[in-house]
Write a protein that binds this ligand. Structure first.
Ligand code: HEC
Ligand code: HEC
Ligand code: HEC
Ligand code: HEC
Length: 409
């Protein structure tokens, strides 16, 4: 029996490995283990797909028999975390599609059934793949030391027994593998920290790239703590994050784009947790004065709120841009779809007649589920499998949706 058939066993292996690898990769490995634990409770599903359900479906449908996630899992197909970097909905759908012929052969060759997905499952899996890229590689202690020195945190804080006064000790933050609790405390203390900085005539610290992740491992390494216990955070949940966004009234400025507040749709795109914490922090001073003048109270975050909010911001661009149906109709012909679907070929449905749903998850699922049939038909006709550039799938989907509209009207 392979380990994939027995999830408990896989978990045990990860745990022992975790102990061996030590704390450095803790965040990553524990994420893998804990992913399902973040599921459950939470607001209405505002986004298409639930990454936590997607994680389960990925196992249930046997995807993990061939694909690894962060190096754990099957090796026949590419590691999913590497393959899906920075891709939004349609790019992911295009990616699925481009690789289906080989997948169909591999699946059939091993005697597995083609893993069909209904539209909800498709949305869940896509959102899981998108979600995976939110997480950082573990930070780097040496770079963290540089950041700590450059931003002069030690002027007002102590760490490992040395440093200046005014801000209190930072050692306790070392208990967390994730930089989010540190970022949350910094955010909440922001106004006080800022006035102290102004009083001392110091520049306000700004973070670039993954510096928050580096700073976090530095604090973990240097901090004086009783035990070396790791305090795990709940995983960032985009569905709950949408609630936080509403509750903290972020939309007052950002939804209306009133005044100088920028459109957030692409702000967090392709960024990781630590980059997003840095982004929020860097803008927090300008935002807090804007808040003061608009009468919005400066929001404080508790428990997992900042973490969930980060996931919400990250997911704002999941859908990507909508395509153009006119260009999609050109794609439909250029990729040979029209040869079968408008060519009166036996057994091939007229899409205008069979497509009843406009939902893009439905379309993506329909194409995925029928791929093996299309593949064998195409093999008979010795056609090549049409591959898609990122924009093409988006445009094709817009065209297919326009067919549904036309039929409906
Ligand atoms: C029997 C093995 C097998 C199974 C099961 C399988 N795949 Fe694959 N998958 C592959 C192979 C092999 C490739 C590479 C194909 C290629 O290079 O053209 C691939 C490619 C992919 C890619 C594209 C990766 C890239 O490099 O861009 C995605 C996305 C993907 N698979 C998702 C899934 C999902 C989701 C499932 C479950 C519903 C699944 N796969 C099930 C073998 C499999
Ligand atoms: C000019 C002085 C100053 C500098 C420089 C400074 N801080 Fe602070 N920091 C403060 C003050 C003042 C507070 C508020 C303390 C309080 O209210 O108890 C604070 C609060 C914090 C808190 C919240 C502490 C808690 O227990 O909730 C964190 C975390 C923090 N700072 C991290 C940092 C980091 C990381 C740096 C370097 C990037 C930094 N600070 C640089 C003065 C400073
Ligand atoms: C009172 C108005 C206001 C409110 C409320 C507000 N913001 Fe902002 N936000 C701004 C302004 C103004 C900027 C630009 C600041 C700057 O340029 O540094 C900004 C910048 C940002 C950025 C950086 C965007 C980018 O692409 O550079 C993010 C992310 C952000 N806000 C998130 C939030 C979140 C999350 C909330 C709720 C907790 C929130 N904002 C509440 C006014 C507001
Ligand atoms: C070689 C012929 C052939 C080609 C080329 C072809 N298809 Fe299909 N397609 C089929 C067949 C056959 C079915 C029906 C499969 C079934 O009934 O399960 C189908 C079904 C579909 C469906 C599902 C319809 C439903 O029932 O919901 C969609 C969507 C679709 N095709 C889109 C496309 C697109 C987009 C292209 C071009 C990239 C394409 N097809 C190219 C033969 C083809």
């Amino acid at each position: 029996m392979s380990s994939i058939d027995r999830p408990e066993q896989v978990k045990v292996t990860y745990r022992t490995r975790f102990l061996r690898i030590g704390a450095k990769r803790a965040a990553t490995i524990l994420l893998l283990l804990g992913l399902a634990a973040g599921a459950g409770a939470g607001g209405k599903a505002a986004l298409e797909g639930d990454p936590f359900r997607g994680r389960e479906i990925f196992d249930e449908k046997g995807c993990s028999r061939c694909h690894s996630v962060w190096g754990h899992g099957g090796t026949l197909g590419p590691d999913i975390t590497v393959a899906v970097i920075g891709k939004t909905w349609y790019e992911l759908v295009g990616d699925f599609w481009n690789h289906t012929p080989r997948m169909i052969d591999e699946v059939a060759g091993r005697g597995y059934a083609w893993p069909t997905l209904d539209s909800r499952e498709m949305a869940d899996i896509l959102s899981y793949m998108y979600y995976l890229r939110l997480f950082d590689e573990p930070g780097d202690v040496r770079r963290g030391a540089d950041t700590y020195a450059r931003l002069q945190c030690s002027a007002c804080h102590t760490l490992g027994g040395s440093g200046g006064q005014g801000g209190g000790p930072l050692d306790g933050f070392g208990a967390h593998p994730s930089p989010v609790p540190l970022a949350q405390a910094m955010w909440n203390a922001g106004p006080r920290m800022q006035s102290e900085q102004l009083r001392r005539g110091r520049a306000i610290p700004e973070f670039t790239g993954h510096e928050m992740a580096d700073l976090q491992v530095y604090i973990r390494a240097e901090g004086l703590r009783e035990g070396r216990e790791v305090e795990l955070q709940r995983l960032p949940n985009p569905i709950r994050g949408a609630e936080v966004f509403r509750a903290k009234k972020c939309g007052v400025c950002h939804d209306s784009m009133r005044g100088p507040a920028p459109d957030l749709n692409r702000s967090a795109f392709s960024k990781t947790v630590s980059e997003i914490t840095g982004l929020l922090w860097n803008h927090s001073y300008a935002m807090s004065s804007e808040m003061a003048s608009s009468g919005v109270p400066f929001p404080r975050f508790e428990d997992g709120e900042l973490s969930d909010l980060i996931a919400h911001l990250y997911f704002l661009d999941f859908a990507g841009d909508e395509g153009d149906p006119k260009q999609g109709s050109v794609v439909f012909t250029a990729k040979g779809c029209a040869d079968c679907h408008q060519g009166g070929v036996d057994g091939v449905p007229d899409l205008m007649k069979v497509l009843h749903r406009t939902d893009r998850a439905d379309l993506a699922a329909a194409m995925w589920n029928h791929a093996p049939q299309m593949h064998s038909l195409m093999a008979e006709k010795s056609r090549y499998w049409p591959k898609f550039e990122p924009d093409e799938m988006r445009n094709l989907a817009a065209y297919l949706r326009s067919l549904v509209h036309r039929e409906g009207s």
